[in-house]
Design a protein around this ligand. Structure first.
Ligand code: NDP
Length: 250
């Protein structure tokens, strides 16, 4: 049984890592998938992989969008709504790090991370929530991080953006629940992607020692959690943070 048959989804940052894995799994599960990213070459490659997993009835699309830019996001979402009629699921996954201690952090490092990770969530939800409320259904999934729950030296900007997403999601869940729209977060632990490949080896060893399940997560671990929150399997779940981290934060 396909859990997302006939649904249409938008995944920001669907061109790599966790977002790409969510896009592929959702396509396998019958959804029409739109992805946002800024790298055209990677996006075209991912789009052809998505098409290979799709039935002919599934419409898939890529939009060259910087999620921190309000106008770009608005135009792309309006185009999808005009062409597809509705979007049933929104996954706010696009995210970046600019790690350094606060005393060395430039205003640009602060603004870029906050705008890409947090303002982007305002940008997408603001445009899409009206259409979801009209449909009286929808699932919004925001990919936060365990760092937003516990903080981390060298990541004040990233932790603030991810903690902000949690407060935003809980508030939005309360605003939209009566209209049948759900909003939840996934807080991944350490997942093997380009983002974590950038970590020095000694940091990776220290992190692994703190994970009860004794391994880094895979993008598919997060995609499975996203599938649960996107599908009707979670129809009584809203305003929650689902931590997927091998037991690191309990
Ligand atoms: P990657 O670096 O592998 O991928 C990031 C994705 O975000 C890419 O598709 C990239 O697309 C997109 N992106 C970045 N900036 C923008 C932008 N301005 N506009 C549009 N798209 C953008 O990261 P991960 O897959 O590891 O991370 C995905 C999410 O999961 C992030 O929000 C991250 O914070 C979170 N997370 C990751 C963890 C991990 O261990 N990997 C742990 C906890 C949370 P493009 O290059 O095309 O712009």
């Amino acid at each position: 049984m396909q859990l997302l048959k006939g649904k249409s989804v938008l995944i920001t940052g669907g061109t790599a890592g966790i977002g790409k894995e969510i896009a592929l799994l959702f396509a396998e599960q019958g959804a029409s998938v739109a992805i946002f990213g800024t790298n055209r070459e990677r996006a075209e490659q991912v789009l052809s992989e998505i098409q290979a997993k799709s039935e002919p009835v599934q419409k898939n699309a890529f939009f060259l969008v910087d999620v921190s830019k309000t106008k770009e996001v608005e135009q792309a979402i309006q185009t999808i709504l005009a062409q597809w009629g509705s979007l049933d699921v929104l996954v706010n996954n696009a995210g970046i790090t600019r790690d350094t201690l606060l005393m060395r952090m430039s205003e640009e490092d602060w603004d870029t991370v906050i705008n890409t990770n947090l303002k982007s969530v305002y940008n997408t939800c603001k445009v899409l929530c009206r259409s979801m409320m009209k449909s009286r259904s929808g699932s919004i999934i925001n990919i936060t991080s365990v760092i937003g729950l516990m903080g981390n030296a060298g990541q004040t900007n990233y932790a603030a953006s991810k903690a902000g997403m949690i407060g935003f999601t809980k508030s939005l869940a309360k605003e939209l629940a009566s209209r049948g729209v759900r909003a939840n977060c996934i807080a991944p632990g350490y997942i093997e992607t380009q983002m974590t490949k950038a970590l020095p080896e000694d940091v990776t060893i220290q992190v692994l020692a703190k994970i009860p399940l004794q391994r880094m997560g895979q993008p598919r671990d997060i995609a499975h959690a996203a599938l649960y929150l996107a599908s009707d399997l979670s129809s009584y779940v809203t305003g929650q943070v689902l931590t997927v981290d091998g037991g690191m934060v309990m």
